[in-house]
Structures are given as C-alpha cells and as structure tokens.
Design a protein around this ligand. Structure first.
Ligand SMILES: Nc1ncnc2c1ncn2[C@@H]1O[C@H](COP(=O)(O)OP(=O)(O)OP(=O)(O)O)[C@@H](O)[C@H]1O
Ligand SMILES: [Mg+2]
Length: 485
C-alpha cells in the first residue's frame, strides 16, 4: 500500500469519519421520522381501543354475563356502524338505545331518527331517548362517569406503551363540535399529537380527544437501541482510526529514531576504534617503548576507549535481550542505599570533571528491595549520568531515598535544563532523544536507550518510574520499588 502514504492517511481517515457520521445521522433521521409516524399511529390506536372499551362498559351493566352481548358490542362491525352514526353528527340525527333482559335473551333496541331534508336553521338539539325516563341532568352525570372511565382507560394504555408524556385531553360537544372541557385551544394547536374525536358511550353528549404536547421523548426511547448501537459504532470506528494513526505515527517516529540511532552508533563505535588505532600507530611509529610514561598514557587512553566500546556493545546486546524477552533477573536482597553509594563512588571522577555538586544523605537503616544488583546499579548509573550529561557544568544533583514498609522511593533531582511536558511520555521510548536546536545533531552524545532500559528494569522489578519536570526548572526522576521488610 505504497500509495497510502502518511500524507493521504489523515485526510482519508477524516473523510471516512465524516462520511460515517453523516450516514449515521441521515439514517437515524429517517428512522426518527418513521418512528414518529408509528408512535402517532399507536397513540391513535390507544384512544380508539379505549373508546371501544368505554362504550362497551357503559352498556354492559345488567348484561355482564352475556358473552354474545360482549362479542357484539366489541365487534368491528358494530364499531363501524357506530362510526357511521358519529360521522353524521352534525345532521341532527337522533338515536335511541334500549336494552333489557327477557327470559334467556337480551333485547337490544336501537333506533335512529334521520331527518328528511334540510332541518330549519333554528332547530337545535337532537331527540334523545334512553332506557329509562331520565332527565338531562342525570344523563350528564352518567356521561361524566363514562368520561372519567374513558380517560383512565386512555392513561392506563398510554402507560402500557411507555408513553409517560404529559398527555391531556379535550372534550367537544357532540352537537356543535365546540370545545367545552379539558385543555386550552392554544395547547391543542401546539401539540405534537392530537387524536381524532371519539364518542365513549351511546349518550352522544361529548367527544373525547387525546392531546400529547410532545412525542419526541417516546420516539427517542423507542430508538434507544439504534441510538446506542450507532454511537458505539461511531466510537469504535473513531477509536480504531485513532489507534491506527497512532500506530502509523509511532512507526514513522520509530523508523526515524532508528536511523538517527544507527548514525549516532556508527559515529560512537568508530570514534573509539579510530582513537585506539591512532594510539597503537603512534606507539609503533614513535617507538614509545623507550618512553614508558607516554606509552602508559597512550595505553590508558586505549583502555578507556575500549571500555567505552564495551559498554556500548553491552547496551546494544541488552537491547537484543529485551527484544527476545530472554532477560532474567538475578534477584537477591539488595540495599538500595548501598547500591547508590557504590555507583556514586565509582562516578567520583566524572562528578569532579563536570564540577557537579551531589547531595546524597542516606538514612541510618538499610533499605531493602528484592532486586538484581547489576541492573539496579545500572539504573542508578544511567540516571546520574543523564543528570551530569544534560545538566551542564556545575549541575546540582540531589538523591533522596525514602524507605516505607511497602515501598522504596528513590528520587534523582537535578538543576539541569528540565524536560518539556510534551516529552514526558516519549522520553522513555527506545531511541528517543529530545531534538536539539540543530535538528538531529545532539550536543551531547547518546543512543536514546538509557531511560528505556531504566524503565524496563524498574518495571521488571514490579515498580514504576515517574518524571516531574518543566522546561528550565530541572528534572526529578522518581523510582518506586516494592520494599522487602
Ligand atoms: N536529567 C535530564 N535532564 C534533561 N534531559 C534529559 C535528562 N535525562 C534525559 N534527558 C533527555 O532524554 C533523552 C533520552 O535519555 P536517555 O538516557 O534515554 O538517552 P541518552 O542519554 O540520549 O542516551 P544513552 O543514555 O543511551 O547514552 C536524552 O537525549 C535527553 O534529551
Ligand atoms: Mg542517558
């Protein structure tokens, strides 16, 4: 995939993410619209069913045991018949309903009065006859009871379909369609859903209408699984892309660091070889065996350079070991303070040469950890060496050791140039060196392996390392190791 260079990767990923988000939004929007229609249909069904049941319950007293009565007044054919009557409501149609039990049967008597021709405009009201000779006031009272039953049936069914919206109602006069009870006209106008008007008994005094101010919550509730899965999909897509981009970036940086390491290393390896060759040549050509003092000096130089070369080779070999996970610790009881003292005294010359001021106040009691003495002293050496290398002449270095029953804390604080917080993570990466002002050419020699080695060793001992530093304010590397008490 050579064509997929880094230059195209970022725009492509952003493009794919934007397209995915846009597609998800478009799809969810379509779904939202469809669900809205469905919710409204369901709400209409709720009122329709409540009206059927309410009408039946208003007729049933006295006929509760008759299955046929129930089947008839809940049948769709009867409901259609009733609907036909409802639809003629403004044409002064009258009705009469009577039912009574005689012997083993129920006699139901429904009669309709359909006026012939257009009724005179001054004619008001309908002719209503009922089972018994009741007054209009009594009819209105019974109608109230039926109405409340209708409303409770609606509320109950709304709760069943999960619509706990603040639903309300409006009641219209059967005759002239005028609103006479319930919510205001303004609320009806602004409502997201208004049902059709339904009669809820055969008295035909009022018509019930359900008003739902907003259906969005119910629609979103029904879409919850789609919303969650879409969000998860988007999150996963973005996460995967971020992961891949990071991986690509890391690989690129790693490749760059490796190139820098190789050129650094070549230089570092060549220098001692060249120095030693030169020293040997000088010894041979200048016949220095006659001048033991100078000869010794040259041999010392050669020995020092070979030692450095050896250290460098060790470092690279350690790297191989880490890569193959072959490295095994030789753990024993190790007094951290004693180890620090050893390292400091072995570095006395270096400390003197750089004019560093080192402060280390060991505590009276030993500070034991279970650790590999060789690797742990290497760790201390690396951290002190870094402070000297990067702190410049006259750097102040303070080493503290705090021994708690569970944990040993060792802090290496220097007054050097400090490390910008943007490098705090990367400083422990293999080959990483803080870029100096002059690009890849570092003023101080190094391979970028030291801190990576330190981190790996500390972690292999079950501990961790923390860096506290700000640019221009010195650095503090703190190591935490599990204590042995
Ligand atoms: N005490 C410190 N103060 C300022 N910068 C530091 C300090 N210690 C490390 N650094 C920065 O962190 C980088 C990585 O350090 P690390 O010890 O891993 O590598 P190195 O010193 O360059 O090479 P090596 O230790 O392998 O010879 C260094 O190049 C340096 O820029
Ligand atoms: Mg170093």
């Amino acid at each position: 995939m050579k064509w997929l260079s880094n230059r195209y990767a970022y725009p492509m990923v952003i493009f794919v993410i934007i397209v995915s988000i846009a597609l998800q939004i478009a799809w969810l929007n379509q779904l939202f619209k469809a669900q809205r229609v469905q919710v409204k249909r369901d709400l209409e069904g709720v009122v329709g069913q409540a009206a059927e049941m309410s009408t039946y319950l208003s007729l049933v007293p006295g006929h509760e045991r008759s299955v046929n009565f129930r089947n008839f007044f809940l049948s769709s054919e009867w409901l259609q018949f009733k609907q036909a009557y409802n639809n003629m409501r403004f044409n002064r149609i009258g009705s009469r309903f009577r039912s009574q039990v005689e012997g083993d049967s129920t006699f139901v008597d429904i009669s309709l009065r359909i006026p012939n021709g257009k009724p005179p405009s001054h004619t008001r009201g309908r002719i209503l006859h009922f089972d018994s000779n009741t007054t209009m006031a009594q009819e209105k009272d019974s109608d109230r009871v039926d109405f409340h039953r209708m409303d409770s049936l609606v509320q109950m069914r709304l709760a069943q379909i999960g619509a706990d919206e603040k639903a309300t109602y409006a009641v219209y006069s059967y005759d002239d369609k005028k609103l006479f009870d319930g919510t205001s006209r303004k609320n009806i106008k602004n409502a997201a859903f208004t049902s059709q008007q339904y009669s809820y008994n055969l008295r035909f005094l009022g018509m019930y209408q359900l008003i739902v101010p907003s259906v969005n919550r119910l629609v979103l509730y029904r879409m919850r699984y789609y919303l969650v899965s879409s969000s998860l999909m988007l999150i996963f897509t973005v996460a995967v892309f971020v992961f891949i981009l990071r991986l690509m970036r890391n690989q690129r940086l790693y490749a760059q660091a490796r190139i820098a390491f190789t050129s650094n290393m070549t230089h570092e390896l060549k220098t001692p070889v060249a120095t030693v060759s030169l020293a040997l040549e000088t010894i041979m050509e200048s016949e220095l065996e006659n001048d033991p003092r100078v000869l010794r000096e040259y041999l010392e130089i050669s020995r020092g350079e070979l030692k450095r070369l050896n250290l460098m080779i060790d470092k690279v070999l350690n790297l191989e070991h880490f890569d193959n996970s072959q490295m095994k610790l030789r753990t024993e009881l190790f007094d951290v303070q004693q180890g620090l003292n050893q390292v400091i005294s072995s570095m006395r010359l270096q400390l003197q040469n750089s004019g560093a001021q080192l402060k280390f106040l060991p505590m009276a009691l030993p500070c034991f950890v279970g650790g590999d003495p060789v690797h742990l002293t290497n760790v201390f050496y690396n951290l002190i060496e870094n402070a000297l290398k990067y702190g410049g002449d006259g750097v102040r270095l303070e080493i503290f050791c705090i021994c708690n029953p569970n944990e040993v804390t060792i802090s290496f604080r220097d007054s050097g140039p400090g490390i910008d917080s943007s490098y705090h993570q990367r400083i422990f990466e293999r080959f990483f060196r803080i870029p100096s002002a002059t690009a890849d050419i570092h003023n101080v020699k190094g391979t970028g392996l030291g801190l990576n080695y330190v981190k790996q060793i500390v972690e292999k001992h079950g501990g961790h390392i923390k860096l506290e530093s700000e640019k221009g304010k010195g650095s503090n590397f703190i190591i935490y190791l599990p204590a042995v008490s």
